[in-house]
Design a protein around this ligand. Structure first.
Ligand code: PAF
Length: 280
């Protein structure tokens, strides 16, 4: 496994890789969720490149850029175990040269949900992902369903900018008690970690209701809200039952939705989602 930092080195190595090349962009502090993406890429592709870059432009001023967990040594050993070919750890001054002023912005899809609570977050994500794509030139790129809106936004960007890249979205990987894996879970105290299962419980309560024939968007949002409000350490920021393509909030009866939530457990902000789909 090659570990590199320079952009010029990456470009040189990329020239000699046989295709298809799979790419997994990450911010490091890897867990099973990331590794599942690499494993999928290994299955699909001849070579797999993983990037590790804590991208400053996708963090808001009051967010956790400085405290975001980092452990490059552990990350590289995990990536070696799953058979990664190249790890690229870009340098901040190469990704954001002095006087940087060019952005990639996806409009409507970034307005609701995460975009409404984290202004400029998606501008940072799409800009860095576009830059990583330009350098890596992958045939396929892998993203987790955990960041459902991010995956939808990236797919739109790839279509709109004519990137010849197939975007593969892989399922959420959960802890045995249902908590979606996230690098931010490491912030939780023991009590908060136990309370954090409420996200999955809330989504599951809605899924049960939906499967029992209740297909009204308001009722679905209400059961999630009530489940989360019953947990004293949790504070719901939003629950959304939205069209999975446009991300517009649904009203009345629906047959398909992205049900997504953001919840503060103590000071840690966690997100999760499920897709609800009527069976024929
Ligand atoms: O999902 C992430 O970890 C980040 O948003 C990404 C895609 C690596 C861009 O920084």
């Amino acid at each position: 496994m090659k570990i590199i930092t320079n952009l010029s080195e990456l470009i040189e190595i990329r020239k000699n890789l046989s295709e298809p090349v799979g790419f997994v962009p990450t911010m490091g502090y890897l867990h099973e969720g990331h590794l599942s993406l690499v494993r999928q890429a290994k299955q699909d592709c001849n070579n797999v490149i993983v990037s590790i870059f804590v991208n400053p432009t996708q963090f808001g001023p009051n967010e956790d850029l400085n405290s975001y967990p980092r452990d490059l040594e552990r990350d590289c050993s995990l990536l070696r175990e799953v058979g990664t070919d190249v790890v690229w750890i870009p340098e901040t001054n190469e990704m954001y040269p002095e006087n940087f002023q060019t952005w990639v912005i996806v409009n409507n899809l970034t307005k609701p949900l995460e975009g409404a609570r984290r202004p400029d977050h998606f501008r940072g994500v799409t800009t860095i992902v576009a830059k990583l794509f330009n350098a890596v030139q992958p045939n396929k790129a892998y993203f987790g369903q955990k960041d459902a809106q991010q995956a939808i936004v990236i797919k739109r960007m790839v279509k709109d900018l004519n990137y010849p890249i197939d975007i593969v979205v892989c399922p959420i990987v959960r802890e045995p008690d249902g908590l979606a894996m996230s690098s931010r879970n490491t912030y939780l105290s023991e009590d908060e970690r136990n309370a954090a299962t409420v996200l999955y419980r809330g989504l599951n309560a809605a899924k049960d209701l939906f499967e029992r024939g209740v297909h009204d968007a308001d009722k679905i949002r209400t059961i999630v809200r009530k489940t989360i409000e019953a947990e004293p350490l949790a504070k719901l920021q939003y629950v959304s039952c939205a069209d999975p393509h446009t991300l517009e909030e649904l009203v009345g009866e629906f047959s398909q939705s992205l049900l997504s939530i953001a919840v503060f457990v103590g000071k840690t902000r966690l997100i999760d989602n499920i897709v609800l789909q009527k069976k024929n």
